[in-house]
Design a protein around this ligand. Sequence first.
Ligand code: SF4
Ligand code: SF4
Ligand code: FES
Length: 235
Amino acid sequence: MKIRIRRYHAMRKPSTVVQEWEIPDGLTLLEALAWIKEKKDPTLTFRSGCRSSVCGSCSVRVNGKERLACGYKPKEGDLVEPIRFAPILKDLMVDQKAAFDTLKRAKTWLESFRSDAVVTPKEEKRTELQSDCILCHSCYSACPVYESDAQFLGPFALTRDWRYIADPREGEPMGKIEAIQAKGVWDCTLCGECTAVCPQGIDPKSDILMLRTKSVQSGYNDPNMEQFGSFGLDF
Ligand code: SF4
Ligand code: SF4
Ligand code: FES
């Protein structure tokens, strides 16, 4: 079977090339990449960790769709590329720092721990799925808003924020709610691309809708609607 890999090297001319490789049948894509590296070209660069769809480090795009390489079985003619909207370091490995920084900006942790809070099974269930995020960056790679605005907090920071805002042990959720107003919940177009690509079945679009509701309940408004409101007053 043949697959194609888009490779990048900053010092090479041209810096980007698509190479075709004959690989043995029956391998996962990650196994195929490792096979190419071991048998054909030791310079092929990619990221991996757990090899069992748990660590999120091996995300790539296959035929334009985000996939975990360790959980994907290649098909004839597949085109493998790095995930999008992050600087490519080499071949399939990207610099994920900017996306990780959004976690800090969105304050995705318990800021004030309420030790007296009781978490019921129902409440635990509410954020169980979001806790399964493996930070694979697939949702960032698929997000059209992140494509046009690198300052957008993006799906995984927002879904993580919802996980902590909805946690009864968070004593002061307002800092997080404030942090997601600019370049956050109101900038999302609710296109659902992030939800479609998540390998963990997380639904960032729904979480963003929950965050919008929580924002309004906390006294914030959709700035886009405020704009419409002022138009209305002019008439
Ligand atoms: S729903 Fe929002 S966060 Fe998700 S991909 Fe679309 S614009 Fe991005
Ligand atoms: S929300 Fe899903 S797609 Fe996004 S980083 Fe987490 S696991 Fe990956
Ligand atoms: S190597 Fe960990 S998710 Fe693929």
